[in-house]
Design a protein around this ligand. Structure first.
Ligand SMILES: *[C@@H]1O[C@H](CO)[C@@H](O)[C@H](O)[C@H]1NC(C)=O
Ligand SMILES: *[C@@H]1O[C@H](CO)[C@@H](O)[C@H](O)[C@H]1NC(C)=O
Ligand SMILES: CC(=O)N[C@H]1CO[C@H](CO)[C@@H](O)[C@@H]1O
Length: 406
């Protein structure tokens, strides 16, 4: 009998706890605006769900039950996907790095293209599993061999382990492509969000290597490319819409670098950037470089007060591995043909626009698609049927068309 009472009590406490989390999450999500995306109520629901999980994760972390990123990681992995019968799917290691390779089963007269994909998730979330549907569709629709890279995640593995794993896996693929029926001269790197950062950082770092084939092209889907200015028009306008609010982005960035989240306010204000750097990077990162049609309602922010300790703490954000937009012109100009996807409802929209401009100014061939009703992270819903969004399929079609050009 006593056991019964004890169990009821525990169940009661758990229920009350869940209810409390639910109410608090709903309160928060009512404060956020719903953008004019395709299917806004669906996005609101996901935003509510994500906020709820984040709150629960925060509470469990405070109670010392489990670290915050563990629960969010479980959520970001999504549901297990069916394996397509048109593909041969194998788990391998490229060097030390776990990868999953997707090989079309249909015979091919010649060697196929290869696509190496780095999943997004701020370097802390996402996995081979979270991008299973994306990779399967990519392999089938573009008739290419796709390699999904399971790089090690932060905070367990400190920055820049993620980049290094991506680079190592890419080198391995370039060297052993023929073993997988892939033409080593037709290998394309691809990534969404932070995966886009790793993709372009990989292209930058490998550009002068003469011992491996050259990367043929890069596909950057709403990439993160700089943390110098977090007051660009897209940061300002969409600060609290979609799944990635500006605050969430900055706090994830801090968690990724294993810094104290209390720095969020200072970073948002730009206190980590000394005046000399602000002037140096003005020619690459400035609202003046954003086309007029993307700047309605933009208000120049108040000048930030520079705090040397914050700069010291945030030094990594000025490395090109972290902010590839800060690479010099001679590096940018050597990058391969590029496809950039930007979404209108995305705090990182202007990162994509500024990187596009830099590439074009340095004579790199750029194919750009802007998804008017898209939001950050939308591609991760691909393949979930009625739970997905039309703009996810649009992005897939654009990248498949781009890949088919090689
Ligand atoms: C990357 O590859 C090099 C050379 O094969 C190896 O020495 C290094 O340990 C690898 N690094 C990682 C992070 O796996
Ligand atoms: C590649 O070589 C060029 C020419 O020497 C140089 O300007 C550029 O900085 C090099 N890129 C990297 C990533 O080292
Ligand atoms: C919710 C919100 O404000 N969304 C806006 C994001 O930014 C674009 C333009 O920069 C607007 O069109 C959206 O309405």
């Amino acid at each position: 009998m006593e056991l019964f009472y004890a169990l009821t009590l525990i169940a009661g406490i758990l229920l009350a706890f869940l209810l409390w989390v639910l109410i608090e999450a709903s309160y928060h999500s009512f404060k956020t605006k719903t953008p004019e995306v395709d299917q806004p109520s669906k996005l609101s629901f996901y935003n509510w769900l994500f906020t709820m999980i984040e709150n629960l994760a925060n509470k469990l972390a405070r109670l010392g039950i489990c670290k915050k990123h563990i629960l969010i990681r479980m959520f970001s992995n999504g549901l297990i996907a069916w394996k397509s019968s048109e593909l041969l799917i194998k788990d391998l290691h490229f060097g030390e790095v776990p990868v999953r390779i997707y090989l079309p089963r249909s015979p091919s007269a010649s060697k196929r293209r290869g696509v190496i994909l780095f999943h997004g998730g701020c370097g802390m979330y996402g996995s081979i599993r979270s991008h299973e549907r994306i990779c399967q569709q990519l392999a089938k629709k573009s008739d290419s061999v796709v390699v999904s890279v399971g790089y090690r995640l932060s905070p367990e593995h400190r920055y820049p382990t993620q980049s290094l794993d991506c680079i190592n896996a890419t080198i391995h693929f370039l060297k052993t492509a023929e073993n997988h029926g892939v033409d080593p001269d037709r290998i394309i790197v691809c990534g969404d969000s932070a995966g886009g950062t790793f993709a372009t950082a990989t292209c930058q770092e490998l550009q002068n290597r003469t011992d491996i084939p050259k990367i043929r092209a890069q596909i950057l889907i709403y990439p993160f490319v700089q943390a110098v200015n977090l007051n660009l028009p897209s940061h300002q306008k969409n600060a609290s819409s979609g799944l990635l609010s500006l605050e969430r982005m900055v706090s994830f960035t801090l968690m990724y670098l294993r810094k104290d989240c209390s720095l969020t306010g200072d970073i948002l204000a730009g206190s980590h950037v000394p005046e000399s750097m602000r002037l140096k990077y003005r020619k690459w990162i400035h609202p003046d470089l954003i086309p007029e049609k993307f700047k309605q309602d933009y208000k120049p922010p108040l000048p930030a007060s520079y705090i040397p300790q914050v700069h010291e703490e945030m030094k990594e954000t000025f490395e090109t591995r972290f902010s590839p937009l800060l690479a010099e012109d001679d590096v940018i100009g050597r990058l391969p043909d590029t496809c950039i996807i930007t979404c209108e409802h995305d705090v990182l929209r202007d990162d994509g626009l500024l990187y596009k401009k830099r590439l074009e100014d340095n004579n790199v061939k750029v194919t750009w698609h802007h998804i008017e009703d898209g939001f950050h992270g939308v591609l991760c819903f691909l393949g979930y049927g009625i739970f997905s969004f039309p703009s996810a399929s649009k992005i897939m079609d654009h990248i498949v068309n781009f890949i088919k050009g090689f």
